[in-house]
Design a binder for this molecule. Structure first.
Ligand SMILES: [Zn+2]
Ligand SMILES: [Zn+2]
Length: 260
């Protein structure tokens, strides 16, 4: 791989299943060389995408962390939007990847939506990863590694490494996870869920100080806290995270851009 322009990360949705004008449901865009990667595609993703000046047909890869609706809810609409109108029809391949059971999940959606979810031959690829430990795939302008996370059976965290060797890790939803520590080891950026404040921890999710602990153990170069329920906007997330992590820290906002 040749040296390429810096990889850009845009937080499209910093929120959750709770409707919010400020925080759309989960989605992150990573632009690495010619690849435009979406990490999750919750409700509202396409609207945010358009706000960044990106067309749905520009997206080349869509990686799902798991199947909860706040992460997958706009998938059908996303595919449907790339079919119409004719002038904007997709002319590049879209690869959509998920964890264990993903092909069954897609086939059940197809039972309902039929060919509204289909693109011309060869334009749409669905890939299921088995989620048994570390998986590594190479694409033209980046490599992708995944490890199972501690949330749902199919949950995967993603590490994307660009042509310059810069790496971005996305936790998806997870509770405390040694896999996330190893997946994020030395990463330039960790985009980590921090669903609830420390005092309101719920099973299956992290808090600012737990996310900070993972970032410290993984020795990441920058941490972004995302997947923020409304309760998170009532407290000082930064102070909670500082109990365990002293490095560069951002609290995600929709349309926040980060260069890696
Ligand atoms: Zn979830
Ligand atoms: Zn979620």
């Amino acid at each position: 791989m040749n040296k390429a322009a810096p990889t850009r990360v845009t937080i499209l949705g910093s929120g959750t299943c709770v409707p919010s004008a400020k925080r759309s449901a989960c989605a992150v865009m990573v632009t690495a060389g010619k690849a435009v990667i979406l990490l999750d595609c919750g409700p509202g993703t396409m609207r945010r995408l358009v706000e960044t000046g990106t067309a749905v047909t520009d997206v080349t890869h869509l990686f799902f962390s798991h199947f909860h609706p706040d992460h997958t809810g706009e998938l059908v609409s996303f595919i449907f939007a790339t079919k119409y109108p004719d002038s904007d029809r997709r002319d590049n391949v879209l690869t959509i990847t998920g964890g264990k059971g993903f092909l069954r999940f897609i086939n059940r959606l197809k039972d309902v939506y039929g060919d509204w979810m289909e693109l011309p031959e060869g334009m749409l690829r669905f890939v299921e990863l088995d989620g048994n430990g570390l998986d590594r795939r190479s694409f033209a302008s980046f490599t992708m590694e995944t490890m199972p996370m501690n949330h749902r059976e199919e949950s995967l965290g993603y590490r994307i490494t660009d042509a310059n060797g810069r790496s971005i890790v996305y936790s998806g939803d997870t509770d405390t996870s040694n896999n996330l520590v190893s997946l994020a080891s030395g990463a330039d950026l960790l985009i980590c869920e921090s669903a609830m404040p420390d005092e309101l921890k719920v099973p299956g999710h992290l808090t600012p100080s737990l996310a900070g602990d993972i970032a410290t153990r993984a020795q990441v170069k920058k941490l972004v806290l995302t997947h923020l329920y409304p309760q998170c906007d009532q407290v000082d997330l930064r102070a909670q995270c500082r109990k365990t992590y002293q490095g560069p820290l951002l609290i995600a906002e929709d349309l926040m851009r980060i260069e890696v």
